[in-house]
Design a binder for this molecule. Structure first.
Ligand SMILES: Cc1cc2nc3c(=O)[nH]c(=O)nc-3n(C[C@H](O)[C@H](O)[C@H](O)COP(=O)(O)OP(=O)(O)OC[C@H]3O[C@@H](n4cnc5c(N)ncnc54)[C@H](O)[C@@H]3O)c2cc1C
Length: 379
């Protein structure tokens, strides 16, 4: 993209590229095959300021804006989408929720540890039977004296087992009442809170996805985020920002796939010439490059609006929808350009092909993004 980067963006790009090359790339395949969630790597990312990118300096974060955040996630995901996903979930969802809706005491207590990587964050909205339709959630929280008692299970939660701090959405009011849901901070080690089944996934295998179980889990009143009943509205706002991070993740995967395919097309010869000389292949690269830049422009538009504090529900949904679909098309064409070799683990494109699909599902499927966009444009 020809937009001039800010000095911070350039600095972050250089730093993250160097880090990803040295500390992620050599392990990508092993982590993926073994489904290892690299906790030590997360701690190292915390030391580099990558786990509190948007957290102000006063709470121990890097104090950057969304341009820098998009750059950091894209560059990590260019090498490993799974690490990019964990970074996005930690920063935008758990940390982002506490940053946006926590009171001063909660921010001081939790943000420095989340930003430094001492604590890994999780965010629980989804349940086994309520994904897109999160409003019908079954996890309940009932008031007992000055404590809340949480019961039920959350599914598909990034860092559901390894998370040290979780923001959990639970029903405190009537079913389908948009003010019947409340957000709670739950710390690992709280009696009645445990990690459950870890999912065995198609892609994003180095990012832990697991169940969180609550059995008469008691949390103090001071762990309520914002007002009782505001949880669902808060979650929708958190997802507005989160979608920018999934767009950034998608762009990183698309760029990784494009870079690999471009290079391979210049090296691989068939019929006495590099395959890049065949218009069929060159046009694939032209489509990929154009779509990636279009997705990047939409993402930067949403990031710019978020930086300026404007409502960007439509723009972040458009960025997420477009970038995730572009990512899947780019990864698909990259495998095609590699031919049979693209179908093996000798080259990185098969992993991009598996990882990218999550982007059209997590934090709202493509169909749900279209619902959000349609609702906004038809207002
Ligand atoms: C790797 C991974 C990590 C995740 N991390 C987290 C996390 O950290 N925290 C968390 O809370 N959740 C997390 N999720 C859950 C994720 O957000 C949900 O999977 C997603 O919202 C979709 O919900 P669902 O899987 O139940 O699909 P469903 O809602 O059952 O959707 C199934 C299909 O129906 C379509 N559909 C549903 N409703 C409509 C409609 N009204 N109109 C048109 N089509 C519709 C969907 O688009 C989809 O194609 C994660 C998921 C994955 C796979």
């Amino acid at each position: 993209m020809n937009f001039e980067m800010t000095e911070n963006q350039r600095m972050i790009q250089d730093m993250v590229q160097d880090f990803a090359e040295k500390e992620i790339k050599p392990n990508v395949l092993k982590w993926d095959e073994e489904q290892t969630f690299p906790v030590d790597l997360m701690k190292r990312m915390g030391e580099l300021g990558l786990l509190g990118v948007l957290v102000p300096n006063e709470y121990g974060g890097s104090g950057f804006g969304y341009f820098e955040y998009v750059t950091a996630i894209s560059e990590i995901s260019r090498v490993c989408g799974a690490v990019g996903l964990s970074m996005a979930a930690h920063n935008s969802l758990c940390t982002g929720h506490i940053l946006q809706f926590g009171n001063e005491e909660q921010k001081k207590k939790y943000l420095p540890k989340l930003a430094s990587g001492e604590h890994i964050g999780a965010w629980g909205l989804t349940e086994a039977n309520t994904g897109s339709d999160a409003m019908r959630m079954k996890v309940t929280a009932k008031k007992d004296g000055n404590e809340w008692v949480i019961n039920g299970a959350k599914n598909w939660i990034t860092h559901g087992i390894s998370g040290d701090v979780a923001v959990v959405l639970a029903r405190t009011g009537d079913l389908l009442d948009s003010h019947g849901i409340t957000a709670f901070i739950v710390e690992r080690g709280t009696p009645g809170f445990s990690g459950g089944k870890k999912e065995n996934k198609l892609g994003m295998r180095a990012s832990e996805t697991a169940e969180m179980i609550f059995e008469d889990c008691r949390v103090p009143e001071e762990n309520v985020l914002g007002e009782v009943g505001d949880g669902f509205v808060q979650a929708m706002k958190v997802l507005d920002g989160g979608r920018i991070s999934i767009a950034a993740l998608s762009i990183g995967i698309a760029k990784g796939a494009f870079d690999a395919a471009k290079q391979y097309s210049k090296e691989r010869e068939q019929f006495g010439q590099p395959i890049s000389k065949f218009q069929a292949i060159a046009f694939k690269l032209a489509d990929m490059a154009s779509e990636i830049e279009a997705a990047e422009l939409l993402t930067m538009q949403a990031a710019d609006m978020k930086n300026r504090g404007e409502k960007m529900t439509k723009e972040s949904a458009m960025a997420k929808y477009m970038a995730s679909e572009v990512s899947c098309r780019a990864a698909n064409e990259a495998v095609q350009i590699f031919g049979g070799y693209g179908y093996t683990k000798e080259y990185p494109v098969e992993k991009f092909y598996r990882d990218c699909k999550l982007c059209t599902i997590g934090e709202g499927t493509s169909e749900i993004q279209k619902l959000v966009i349609a609702r906004e444009i038809l207002k």
